[in-house]
Design a binder for this molecule. Structure first.
Ligand code: PLP
Length: 391
């Protein structure tokens, strides 16, 4: 008897529903902002990565309109085959100047930058050592590369050292891979220790600055700047879609590295160039970010104020250790996380429940942004104080 070869999809969806792992998308209206209309209800937005509040900035919108008038809407092909615009190089030069690296290449997303860079840098004869909590794009880049992948426990430098002693000599090249700000936890990688190990064992080091660019460091260059490691040999990846309010990704590093990626990274060579609109938005965002450091100052003022309010009014809340604008509190299971997420939503707070398989333990994840007002943070804490955490 023939069975329907697609029947398993509905069965699989039913299993996802039973575990309370099912997810769906909600519609928001209006410009990105600290408050948004979510399915018609006004909510305070703790679900946005727009750390500096630039995604709805009129200056970005004007820059995009001008770029679209001049260059049109599409890039029409890959950069190697169809050519690129001055804007693309202007953006790469601006990011290289921010990062203090020799060169930069921009990709169509941060996800594609990670896939392409990792797949180009290592192969079958090589080893990848990867933090257990790394972003999906780093994990899938590692799989795509065909290298042997060993995950080390989260931020555990001692275990990483042991693995290097045991395994390094069995492989040609070795790449250590880590988020700089961990996206679902908000803590930082131990960058100076990782750099030391990379140098001692002749490994390349790749860090993903997605949540750190524009956020950490005196000039907003990221975690590398925060730890005083500017100018060291590090492959830095990042996104244009968080603090820079646009869409796209980048790799920053030496001239040779970037030249090599332009010749070997499949997710750059075989895909259409970043659109003129996205390119112009990111370029305008970098300029504003450099001219208005007070945005980053305000962001950190907000982070510290919220932490202080939480400690003062909710000392029993299980906050995960964080050194970034990402603040998470843990809940016993997915069902409870959904319930708390729903209660928050009913009280006008938009903060997503993060559940397996994204993370192993369920939580509510709060993203603080520069454009939150004190009143927004106070309202959040007020609402949390009256929520029943025991279901
Ligand atoms: C968001 C994110 C990415 C993906 O970046 P996109 O530009 O959105 O594709 C990669 N790595 C980390 C750590 C992220 O948080």
């Amino acid at each position: 008897m023939l069975t329907n070869p697609y029947a398993w999809i509905e069965e699989s969806l039913a299993t996802i529903h039973r575990a309370d792992w099912y997810r769906s998308v909600q519609t928001i209206h209006g410009l990105p902002s600290a408050t948004v209309l979510l399915e018609g209800q006004e909510v305070i937005n703790f679900a946005s990565n727009d750390y500096l509040g630039l995604a709805g900035d009129q200056r970005l919108i004007v820059a995009v309109a001008a770029a679209v008038q001049e260059y049109g809407t599409g890039s029409t092909g890959s950069r190697l085959l169809s050519g690129h615009r001055e804007l693309h190089r202007d953006l790469e030069v601006a990011i290289a100047s921010l990062k203090q690296t020799e060169d930069v290449v921009v990709f169509s997303s941060g996800y594609l930058a990670n896939l392409g860079a990792i797949a180009a840098l290592v192969g079958k004869r090589d080893l990848i050592l990867s933090d257990q909590y790394n972003h999906s794009s780093l994990k899938n880049g590692a799989i795509l590369s065909g290298a042997t992948v060993i995950e080390y426990p989260h931020c555990d430098v001692a275990t990483l050292l042991t693995r290097l002693h045991q395994q390094r000599q069995d492989y040609r090249r070795c790449l250590i891979v880590t988020d700089s700000v961990f996206s679902m936890d908000g803590d930082l990688c131990p960058l100076p220790a990782l750099l030391e190990l990379a140098e001692e064992f002749s490994c390349m080091l790749l860090i993903d600055e997605a949540h750190a660019t524009g956020v950490l460091g005196t000039t907003g260059a990221g975690c590398v700047e925060h730890f005083g490691c500017t100018g060291r040999q590090i492959i830095q990846i990042g996104t244009l879609s968080k603090a820079l309010g646009s869409l796209g990704g980048y790799v920053a590093g030496s001239t040779a590295l970037i030249d090599f990626l332009r010749n070997r990274a499949p997710t750059w060579i075989y895909t259409t160039a970043l659109s003129p609109a996205d390119t112009a938005a990111a370029l305008a965002a970098i300029n504003i970010m450099q001219q208005e450091p007070q945005r980053r100052v305000q962001l950190w003022r907000n982070v510290n104020y919220l932490k202080q309010l939480l400690q003062q009014h909710l000392p029993n809340l299980k906050l995960l250790p964080s050194e970034s604008p990402i603040l998470c509190f843990q809940l016993p299971n997915a069902t409870d996380a959904l319930k708390v997420g729903h209660q928050l939503r009913c009280a006008g707070i938009f903060a997503p429940a993060i559940r397996p398989p994204t993370v192993t333990t369920s939580r509510i994840r709060l993203s603080v942004i520069a454009t939150h007002q004190e009143g927004h943070l106070e309202k959040l804490v007020e609402v949390l104080c009256v929520i029943n955490f025991d279901g």
